[in-house]
Design a protein around this ligand. Structure first.
Ligand SMILES: [Zn+2]
Length: 188
């Protein structure tokens, strides 16, 4: 995971705010964890309509908790030709702020293998965090800052029911940051 470079000065304040915000309020009643389990079950044994339905439940519950409008969801069999995201070479989803639509796909771009549940849920949480950036935090854009990745990780580990790792970042040459996985994994 690599952060975006800081934007032009007009958006710098919003960018730094996103970078500093390292955590996220979470519902305390386990509803997201329960729905995440139903996504996993649908991926194992259900149809893509079942997966879509469970994802829609997840996003509805999350949007309701954060007090923002619900977003749409499409579950695609494979990666579409045109995607919005450009954060990784291997893409699993995208989000459009104009239409508030999340799209996730169930097969990887390169080897056409079925995406694992962990990757799929992580993508869903990542895309939902873009929705949060616009709808709850009112940022001018939704950059992949250190804060963004950490908020997405907080949501993902909560939904998955796994312990949160403290992410350790290393600075790259061009004002960007990359997760130092060796040190992050060692710090547990
Ligand atoms: Zn993204």
């Amino acid at each position: 995971m690599l952060t975006d470079a800081p934007p032009r000065p007009a958006n710098r304040v919003s960018f730094l705010e996103s970078d500093r915000m390292r955590t996220l309020d979470l519902p305390q009643d386990g509803r997201l964890t329960a729905i995440a389990k139903s996504i996993e079950a649908a991926m194992k044994a259900g149809t893509s309509a079942d997966v879509r339905c469970a994802c829609a439940d997840f996003l509805r519950a999350a949007s309701e908790f954060y007090g923002i409008p619900d977003c749409g969801i499409r579950v695609l069999a494979a990666r579409p030709v045109r995607v919005r995201e450009s954060w990784s070479t291997e893409l699993f989803g995208d989000y459009s702020p104009e239409t508030m639509l999340i799209r996730v796909w169930m097969r990887t771009a390169v080897r056409k293998e079925v995406t694992s549940f962990g990757t799929f849920l992580s993508t869903l949480c990542h895309e939902f965090c873009h929705h949060l950036d616009f709808q709850r935090f009112g940022f001018a854009d939704s950059w992949h800052t250190r804060g963004f990745y950490e908020r997405a990780a907080v949501l993902y580990h909560h939904a998955r029911g796994t312990p949160l790792k403290r992410l350790i970042w290393m600075r790259m040459g061009d004002d960007r940051w990359r997760i130092d996985w060796v040190r992050t994994n060692r710090s547990r």
